[in-house]
Design a protein around this ligand. Structure first.
Ligand SMILES: C[S@@+](CC[C@H](N)C(=O)[O-])C[C@H]1O[C@@H](n2cnc3c(N)ncnc32)[C@H](O)[C@@H]1O
Length: 307
């Protein structure tokens, strides 16, 4: 895209030379061709400089995107090996989680006490990844989807991967729900089992377009279904709306510490504090998405060199 600064620069040059040409034209007709020639040369030079700057920016953008894609591929390859997947995984990114979020989920689950009970808001490839982790170490995932077709799609994918026994996918339509004195569109929770608390809550739904702070009800609605040392993993934490949601959770509940994970879409890990820690710990930390891989045993460097 041509920047406003470049257009302004061009306008200043053109204005300046036009003024000069008029002034010199008044002084004498002999100088007019020379002025015109220098005007043309300057305009060509300025246009060339603008085009060069534009190309440099395009190359920088392309390079950035290529690197971002490379990092995602790196996470995906690593994850596919670590999980010994038996079928290609469904497409990631866009609506689905990105591979670096999947690696973060894997790494988080590896560090938890097993068997682990997971509740997920917004299912898809993330349910499959969690299913593979559970297959290794034990546990169960309950995944809610507001959309019956997507719920069915996730069930079919789990079946293809031989993971159906480890996951319960519930169609939970969004219904009017009062939360903090306001009305929200929130999952119908009536079928969510309440026999045992959940150790991990994955927040990747409902879609942001549902309403402002669409995912805010997650904590107020589900806090009493979470284990005392539960962890909440949030996707899309780069979006202003979701950052505001997390800030409001931290402010209103006062029971969680937050770790900011620098994944492609941004992720946050909220850890519930023990009662004795509440008020004493004021921890918000930042980590790189790449650390998810490193913590799981292999560094990016090793992956690059294949060692
Ligand atoms: C952010 S998506 C959840 C993605 C999921 N965690 C995954 O990793 O695939 C939230 C909801 O959007 C819906 N959804 C998924 N893919 C979609 C698509 N391509 N277009 C529109 N809605 C979609 C589903 O109902 C899903 O529960």
């Amino acid at each position: 895209m041509v920047k406003r600064k470049d257009v302004l620069l061009l306008a200043v040059f053109l204005g300046g030379f036009s003024g000069l040409a008029v002034a010199v034209g008044r002084l004498g007709a002999d100088l007019a061709p020379a002025i015109l020639a220098s005007l043309v040369v300057t305009v060509v030079a300025v246009l060339g400089a603008c085009a060069l700057r534009w190309l440099q920016r395009q190359f920088a953008d392309q390079n950035e995107q290529a690197m971002a894609t490379y990092h995602q591929l790196e996470s995906l390859v690593w994850l596919s090996n670590a999980l010994s997947v038996r079928q290609p995984l469904p497409a990631m990114r866009t609506w689905a989680i990105s591979p670096d979020f999947a690696a973060t989920l894997f790494s988080l689950l590896r560090g938890m006490n097993w068997p682990v009970r997971i509740l997920e808001l917004g299912g898809g490839v993330s349910t499959v990844i969690a299913g593979y982790c559970i297959r290794e170490q034990g546990g169960h995932i309950v995944s809610l989807d507001h959309d019956a077709d997507y719920a069915e799609r996730t069930r079919r994918t789990l079946e293809q991967h031989g993971l159906s026994d480890l996951a319960t996918v519930l169609h939970a339509p969004l219904i009017e729900t009062p939360v903090d004195g306001q009305s929200w569109c929130w999952y119908d929770l009536r079928d969510v089992p309440d026999d045992r608390p959940f150790d991990l809550l994955i927040v990747d739904g409902p879609p942001a377009a549902t309403q402002a702070l669409a995912r805010y009800p997650a904590l107020p609605m589900l806090l009493d279904r979470l284990a005392p040392d539960a962890v909440v993993l949030v996707d899309d934490a780069h979006r202003a709306d979701d950052r505001a949601t997390i800030a409001r959770w931290l402010e209103t509940s006062g029971e969680f510490t937050m770790e900011d994970v620098a994944t492609e879409k941004g992720a946050a890990i909220l850890r519930r504090m023990r009662r004795s820690e509440i008020g004493k710990v004021d921890a918000t930390t930042r980590t790189d998405g790449a650390e998810a891989l490193q913590r799981s045993g292999r560094s990016r460097r090793k992956l690059r060199t294949g060692t």
